[in-house]
Design a protein around this ligand. Sequence first.
Ligand SMILES: Cc1cc2nc3c(=O)[nH]c(=O)nc-3n(C[C@H](O)[C@H](O)[C@H](O)COP(=O)(O)OP(=O)(O)OC[C@H]3O[C@@H](n4cnc5c(N)ncnc54)[C@H](O)[C@@H]3O)c2cc1C
Length: 503
Amino acid sequence: MQASYDVVIAGTGNAAFCAAHAARERGARVLMLEKAPEAWIGGNSYFTAGAYRVAFDSLDELVALLADPSDERLARTDVPPYPAADFLADLERVTEGRTDPVLAGVLVHDSLDTMRWLRDHGIRFQLQYDRQSFEIDGRFQFWGNLPLGTVGGGVGLIAQHRAAAEAQGVEIRFETPVVWLLRDATGAVVGVVVDGPRGREEIRAGAVVLACGGFEADVRLRTMYLGSGWDVARVRGTPYNTGEGLHLALEAGAEPYGHWSGCHSIQWDAGAPPFGDRTITNHFSKQSYPIGIIVNAHGQRFLDEGADFRNYTYARYGAEILKQPGAIAWQLFDAKTTPLLRQDEYTAPGVSRIEADTIHALAVALGIDPAALEKTVADFNAAVQPGPFNPAIKDGKRIMEHATNVAVVPASFGWTDLGDWHSLADLLAPQQDANVAIGTEHLAEDTQRTLVFGNGRAVATLGVEDLIIVDTDDVLLVCHRSRAQDVRRIVQRLRDRGQDHLC
Ligand SMILES: Cc1cc2nc3c(=O)[nH]c(=O)nc-3n(C[C@H](O)[C@H](O)[C@H](O)COP(=O)(O)OP(=O)(O)OC[C@H]3O[C@@H](n4cnc5c(N)ncnc54)[C@H](O)[C@@H]3O)c2cc1C
């Protein structure tokens, strides 16, 4: 007999377990399907610190969430409030205005209630003293608006989720990837096809939740969407997030959305394996860089280590390192800062660390030209401004690099993404209603705003507008200009069919 559930969920990460709790509390019969073996339960969520960004107006609101509200350190703890308006402003700033205002509003305004809901479903919270505070004059000063995390980090998060879900009767099947979505005659999703230890099987469901991660563990998709060089990036988490869920959703008609060519990428130990290590988890992160300097293989700095608290810069700096020679960089710390380093990330067994008594000896050990590194360090030190140092606040301690003959010119720049045919047409024919022909003759009759890219064979159009027509020896593409970004879906389909020569 064909299995049937009210709700079927693909994945066993944080999103999947949240969906399972939400469905169970409404009385649904829930089945979770996990592609990975049981030893890899939890996806990327397992690898995290379990850090949660939440809007709050006073420390008391957080204390009410804590697993141990009697922690003796609380009396010596300062946590600046993080009002919803600040959270929203941070999202806007860090994404350079690309955040979706509706989704951001839900995320921010529901954040504290969501923490309460998670607590009521067995998730245990603590203040992240080790990662997000410095002890200054006997008080723990929190910085960066990220004080809350789960007890036991991501490992604890998944253990707590699993215990709560199983206690509520949620079933979990491992090594059972969702490989297809069942749809009825109207196109509605009515279940899934899985490929598990019992073979290929159809499972009917009242609702299907795809909580099965992104495509970051698939080298081909990573390179295709993020671009050149991303094939050599290391994956910090599970090897099982290879994008099937996204493809299944798109195949079923879901709208592509989000920032496809951007990603969260951090500085990660160069000695780490290609995918996450379940024992070391996120200790391969290298997050203390605001109190040191970062140099490339030529011994040169290439970014502003102290542009902001690390919470607001770290997810971008991995991409900056990928652009450097050899896609590698070194973080350098003075002995004075050693007590301030995140001890787990810089001293845990298995993480990389090289020490030397002089800059010269360090350069030799790193394989960097000693003269270049000595100059970089000397220039940096000479540029440091006087004043007190407090790593828990923006204390104004900074570098001012010396320059002569500086001029400031006000300017405004237009910007176009030439990554698609639509933008190319705009660039080549900025005047209204104009058509563009490249590589062929375009016989245009009653035709507006149409781009023709050909191989010599003439193209004739009549009574059409806003089209892109690409005529090559192997394939003819005709699409509306507004769908130019979606051409990648066709490319993906051709690749999935092994027809790469047509792409
Ligand atoms: C090292 C590290 C540290 C991080 N730290 C933090 C942090 O402290 N705070 C924070 O908010 N975020 C953090 N993140 C980001 C965070 O991990 C993700 O945003 C979050 O875990 C995503 O949860 P998820 O449930 O959507 O996906 P995941 O937790 O990745 O779960 C996806 C699951 O789906 C499974 N799956 C894939 N394909 C299929 C299929 N076809 N069928 C069935 N199952 C499938 C996978 O095996 C996996 O178990 C960190 C990420 C990493 C890698």
